[in-house]
Design a protein around this ligand. Structure first.
Ligand code: THU
Length: 130
């Protein structure tokens, strides 16, 4: 499938508008493309008990899995600001569960970087036999 990263990024950007981030101020959106062309989005949802915060990427994965999807092709992440970060370690591990080679585009207001999960999380933890 030809992946339209511009469209996926627009969807991540829209998702970031829904973010609940009163503590960090970083509004993050993620858009996850499934092999059948469906896209699931997520945003970060913070909590006064900080460690309960969920990242945008895991939010998107959990939405997709709850809807019966497990075959993911690409993820776009947008942070509404001038910082630019790839997914955190916890999100990388969760993403690797489903596709260790997932295409990942991460972006902010100024630009974007296209990478993949194999680069961002080499030798991910797995319970499958070596
Ligand atoms: N955050 C994400 O949504 N995704 C990441 O990969 C890293 C961090 C959120 C969590 C928190 O609400 C804010 O960004 C600052 O850490």
């Amino acid at each position: 499938m030809n992946i339209d990263f511009d469209l996926l990024l627009d969807q991540a950007k829209s998702a970031s508008e829904k973010a609940y981030a009163p503590y960090s101020g970083y509004k993050v959106g993620a858009a996850l493309l499934c092999s059948d062309g469906t896209v699931f989005t997520g945003c970060n949802v913070e909590n006064a008990s900080y460690s309960l915060t969920i990242c945008a990427e895991r939010n998107a994965v959990f939405q997709a899995v709850a809807a019966g999807q497990r075959d993911f092709l690409a993820l776009a992440i947008y942070v509404d600001g001038e910082v630019l970060f790839p997914p955190c370690g916890a999100c990388r591990q969760v993403l690797a569960e489903f596709n260790p080679n997932l295409h990942i585009l991460y972006a902010n207001r100024l630009g974007s970087i296209l990478s993949d999960l194999d680069t961002l999380l080499p030798q991910a933890f797995t319970l499958s036999e070596i």
